[in-house]
Design a protein around this ligand. Sequence first.
Ligand SMILES: [Zn+2]
Length: 140
Amino acid sequence: MSECFFCQNSGGKVLYNCDAYRIILVADDDYPGYLRVVLNPHLRELTDLSFDENINLYQAVIKCEQILRQTLNPEKINIASFGNVTPHIHWHIIPRFSNDKHFPNPTWGEIIHPDYQPSSELISAAANLRNNFKTLFLAL
Ligand SMILES: [Zn+2]
């Protein structure tokens, strides 16, 4: 689909890539460590994949959650799949902190802490995650 964002763009820094999907680090200054698992083929809905293909994709999502827990120690991890704006299968994996900009709302919701800035420790941990992601991912 030529006008599809994820068919035209990686969507962020690619941390891992395989035939089925890629894992990208989203460039969002408010949410260091925000990951997306993007299916490489252009498909709209999870039921466009076989059960085994879904399990393979879901394993990647869970591994991302595990890596975020290990490296960033967030209060909570939000996992979401919408695709209303970009109907190409992708999962958002977002580390959340109790003082972050939207907490406890979804990151798409109302801002609760407008002055929030990620700590230097969090930014540093997210840089570590970026640099070591592939090794961490393949070790799981
Ligand atoms: Zn697409």
